[in-house]
Write a protein that binds this ligand. Structure first.
Ligand SMILES: CC(C)(COP(=O)(O)OP(=O)(O)OC[C@H]1O[C@@H](n2cnc3c(N)ncnc32)[C@H](O)[C@@H]1OP(=O)(O)O)[C@@H](O)C(=O)NCCC(=O)NCCS
Length: 323
C-alpha cells in the first residue's frame, strides 16, 4: 500500500476531501499563472495550421476532445479555438464535441436527481466544449449524462433520439452513428485516455471481457423536445472500475497510444504547444479489435501510481467493496 493510501485510511473523509480540494486549487492557480506569464502564445491561424498539418480538411466530420490550457496561451481563448476548428472543417464539415454532465461521475450525476435541460444544463467537459454548447447554432443531444453538441450539416441526423438509445454511449446512440460515419476522432492537446468511443467499443463488442456497468438500472430526468420532464431508466458505468481505466491513468494512456500507433494509422503532431492525435473511427475499432485479440483492454491490473511497462492492460480484479 502506498503512503498516500495509508494517509487516506487514517484521516476522516472530510479531512481527505479538504486536502484534495486545496491541492487542486493550488494546481489550478499554478496553471493559470503559467498560462498568463510563461506559456508560448498562439493565434487562431496557428491552430488552423496545426489542424491542417495533422490532416483535417474542409468538409471533414470531426469528433473532438480538448484541453485549452495544454494548447499554450491562445489569443481569444476558447472562442478562438472554436473559430479555428470551424474554419478547418469549413461550412460543409461537421464538428461534434462532448457536452457531458459528469462532474461528479455518471453515478453521482444520476443520484443527484438533477433534471437535465439541453438548453441550459452546463457541460463538464472543458472550456472549449462549454463555449461550443453556448453557440447559438449548436445542436445538443438529449441525454442526462452523455449529451453531445454539434455544428454542421450532419449535426441533427447524428445527435437525434439520444434519449431513446439502449445505453448512453452504445447501440442506437449518437456514438454508434459517429462510429458508423467513419469520421475523425481528434484529441486536441489531450491524452488518448479521454477517447469516449472506447466506451462505445466496450458496448458494441458483446464479448468484451470486463463487465463495465453496475447491475441495477437508475432513473434520470430530462427535459424532452416537447419541453416536458421525462424519466429514463439507464445503465450506469461502474465507478469502482475507474481507478483501473486509461482515462484516469495518464502514463498508461501514453503507453496505450504507443501500442495503437504500432498497429495502425494514428496521426500524432503538434497543435499549439502540445501533441494532438487524429484517427478514423473505423481504424480505431480495427486496432482495438487487434489489441483485444492480444488480451489488451482499457484497464490496467494495478492501481499503483507508477505503472511499469510489465503491467498488463487486462481485466482488473475489482475491489472487494464493489458490485
Ligand atoms: C479535463 C480537461 C478539460 C482539463 O483541461 P484544461 O486545459 O485544464 O481545462 P479547460 O480545457 O477547461 O480550459 C480552461 C483552462 O484553460 C486555461 N486558459 C484560460 N485562458 C486561456 C487561454 N487564452 N489560452 C490557453 N489556456 C487558457 C486556464 O488554465 C483555464 O483553467 P481555469 O478555468 O481553472 O482558469 C481536459 O484535460 C480533458 O480531459 N479534456 C477532454 C474532456 C472530454 O472530452 N471528456 C469526455 C471524455 S472522458
Amino acid at each position: 500500500m502506498s503512503i498516500k493510501d495509508i494517509v487516506k485510511k487514517l484521516l476522516p473523509d472530510s479531512a481527505v476531501r479538504k486536502i484534495t480540494e486545496k491541492r487542486k486549487q493550488a494546481q489550478r492557480e499554478e496553471k493559470r499563472r503559467y498560462i498568463e506569464q510563461e506559456a508560448p502564445r498562439f493565434t487562431k491561424e496557428d491552430i488552423v495550421k496545426g489542424l491542417r498539418d495533422l490532416g483535417i480538411a474542409e468538409g471533414d466530420f470531426v469528433f473532438m476532445h480538448a484541453s485549452l490550457s495544454r494548447l499554450g496561451r491562445v489569443e481569444g481563448g476558447a472562442e478562438a479555438v472554436l473559430d479555428a476548428l470551424l474554419a478547418a472543417v469549413g461550412k460543409t464539415g461537421t464538428l461534434v464535441m462532448p457536452a457531458f454532465c459528469v462532474k461528479r461521475g455518471m453515478l453521482g450525476q444520476v443520484l443527484s436527481g438533477e433534471v437535465f435541460d439541453p438548453e441550459i444544463t452546463p457541460s463538464s467537459t472543458g472550456a472549449i466544449c462549454e463555449a461550443f454548447r453556448k453557440r447559438p447554432e449548436a445542436f445538443r443531444s438529449i441525454h442526462p449524462t452523455h449529451s453531445l453538441v454539434a455544428i454542421g450539416p450532419l449535426a441533427e441526423e447524428l445527435l437525434r433520439d439520444h434519449e431513446k438509445a439502449e445505453t448512453a454511449v452504445g447501440r442506437g446512440s449518437p456514438f454508434e452513428r459517429i462510429h458508423d460515419r467513419n469520421g475523425w476522432i481528434l484529441g486536441l492537446a489531450v491524452l488518448s485516455g479521454t477517447i469516449v468511443l472506447y466506451r462505445t467499443y466496450e458496448d458494441l463488442r458483446d464479448q468484451y471481457p470486463v463487465e463495465t456497468y453496475l447491475p441495477d438500472l437508475y432513473e434520470a430526468k430530462y427535459i424532452g423536445s416537447d419541453k416536458q420532464v421525462h424519466t429514463m431508466r439507464m445503465k450506469v458505468h461502474d465507478p469502482d472500475l475507474n481507478q483501473y481505466r486509461l482515462h484516469v491513468r495518464p502514463e498508461a494512456a501514453e503507453r496505450f497510444l504507443r501500442l495503437m500507433k504500432a498497429r495502425g494509422d494514428i496521426r500524432v503532431g503538434p497543435v499549439g504547444m502540445s501533441d494532438s492525435f487524429l484517427v478514423r473511427t473505423r481504424e480505431l475499432f480495427r486496432i482495438l479489435d487487434e489489441l483485444l485479440d492480444e488480451g489488451i483492454t482499457f484497464y490496467v491490473t494495478s492501481t499503483e501510481d507508477d505503472v511499469p511497462d510489465s503491467v498488463k492492460f487486462a481485466p482488473p480484479v475489482k475491489k472487494e467493496s464493489s458490485g
